[in-house]
Design a protein around this ligand. Structure first.
Ligand SMILES: Cc1ncc(COP(=O)(O)O)c(C=O)c1O
Length: 440
């Protein structure tokens, strides 16, 4: 461990929010990350939700190396061979009529491109998004995000309306308990219609609201949303940053739900850790946008290196059968979590699909008061015991662990993670009760 280097990280980097670790990190492979003391930690966040095929998968490393021997970057108007190959592979994966891709770098950027397309083809500018959503940190994507603090950054892009999220466990309109009857959606759309300037453009949604606490909308929700978009001439955009390419035990959320959006954005899970994202649409929408003069010309559009990595990711998901594996390992992990729930009253709810799971911690199951203190203590304790996990803990929302290991995770790794969670919950509850006894 190099103390000077740790100090440099502390002194010289702008803090950008989220968890901070005193350690630096050295390497990552599969489900394991290694810190600067050589300690191995189970990574149940898949990096920043990107490493579905595991960290530093040999196929991705080989693809990157090959790009270094051929081309890393080109003039944006020149389409590199790996980009054409990736577009072809992606078209095979996608539900019709989605088949045309624009390859960019980040999720935020893919949503900016989607919103630009939607605005251009509809002539409108109003965007509906869901409470608790996270679509990025750039102008348009941040304006349509409601999971994090919107305060302090000045006016947002005008025209965004929020519809309360379908959270059956913690209904935002205090109407349902445990089963969402979609009043939130109908009420939200009514208020949108009331407030609309008559220039609707798009509805932008995550099929599972992830950063907002792993909220799975009820059956029929997206069919109803699809009809609502069609009735208003709005473009339906699915942000599949976290749900595309297998994590849910299906190719996409769209294929699992049987609802095809007009535009799909994919990012995190496409590059396997390399910045790569795509905005995807149909021939018809692309043609209309092109005729209207659509541009999204950037320095790194259609770059060859990320495309080669993306192609390797899709080939690996196919060759290693990771979609079926996500379903199988997801069921295994979920049953382990349910066994924990039997023993810990504080586990109020377990939800999610495949290997995108959420565990909500509450003071008791009747009141459902969020147990934020326990969430913070147990997440830190998990880390000490060798498990990196993410907790969503906005004060106004629940304390929700997001559990999303790489799809390559083994049953041994899941068993180890469950043991750590068990221990962390016991230690955390002890600590909370000791603090209470001491009147802290
Ligand atoms: C659903 C979703 N969309 C978009 C983004 C933004 O992606 P990026 O951070 O790559 O810009 C995120 C990031 O967490 C996300 O979870």
């Amino acid at each position: 461990m190099d103390q000077e280097l740790r100090q440099a990280a502390k002194d010289l980097l702008i803090r950008y929010g989220g968890d901070e670790f005193p350690q630096l990190f050295r390497s990552a492979r599969g489900t394991i990350v290694v810190d600067d003391e050589g300690r191995e930690i189970l990574d149940f966040t898949s990096g920043q939700m990107c490493a579905t095929v595991g960290h530093n998968h040999p196929a991705i490393v080989a693809a990157i190396k090959e790009s270094c021997d051929t081309a890393v970057h080109l003039f944006s108007g020149m389409i590199p061979e790996p980009v054409a190959k990736l577009a072809k592979k992606l078209a095979d994966w996608l539900p019709a009529p989605l088949r045309r891709s624009l390859f960019v770098n980040t999720g935020s950027e893919s949503n900016e491109a989607a919103l630009r397309l939607a605005k251009l083809v509809t002539g409108g500018y109003e965007v509906v998004a869901l409470g608790g959503s996270w679509h990025g940190t750039t102008g348009g994507s941040a304006a349509a995000s409601f999971a994090s603090d919107r305060r302090g950054y000045g006016p947002k892009v005008p025209g965004v309306h929020v519809v309360p999220e379908p959270n059956a466990y913690r209904c935002p309109i205090e109407h349902c308990r445990d089963a969402c009857d979609m009043t939130c959606l109908r009420f939200g759309l009514k208020t949108f219609d009331m407030a609309s300037d008559g220039a609707p453009a798009a509805v932008l949604v995550e099929p599972i609201i992830s950063s907002g606490g792993i909220i799975v909308p009820p059956k029929g929700y997206f069919q109803e949303l699809r009809r609502a978009c069609d009735a208003r001439g709005m473009v339906l955009i699915f942000d599949e940053a976290q749900t595309a390419f297998g994590r849910l035990g299906d190719r996409f959320a769209a294929t699992k739900l049987n609802v095809v959006p007009d535009i799909m954005t994919v990012s995190k899970t496409l590059g396997g850790g390399i910045p790569l994202a795509s905005t995807i649409t149909s021939d018809a929408l692309e043609e209309t946008a092109h005729e209207a003069g659509f541009t999204f010309y950037t320095s790194h559009i259609s770059d060859p290196l990320p495309a080669a990595a993306g192609l390797a990711v899709l080939e690996t998901v196919e060759s290693e059968g990771l979609i079926a594996r996500a379903a199988e390992m997801g069921a295994y992990l979920r049953s382990g979590l349910e066994a924990l729930q039997q023993r810990f009253e504080v586990i109020g709810d377990i939800r999610g699909e495949g290997l995108l799971l959420g565990v909500e911690l509450v003071k008791d199951r009747e009141s459902r008061v969020p147990f934020h203190a326990l969430g913070a203590i147990t997440t830190a304790r998990c880390y000490e015991l060798g498990l990196s996990m993410n907790i969503r803990r906005r004060p106004e929302r629940g304390a929700v662990w997001r559990i999303a290991p790489p799809l390559t995770v083994s049953t041994d790794e899941i068993d180890r993670a469950l043991e750590i969670l068990d221990q962390a919950l016991r230690d955390g509850l002890d600590q909370v009760s000791r603090a209470k006894d001491q009147g802290v």
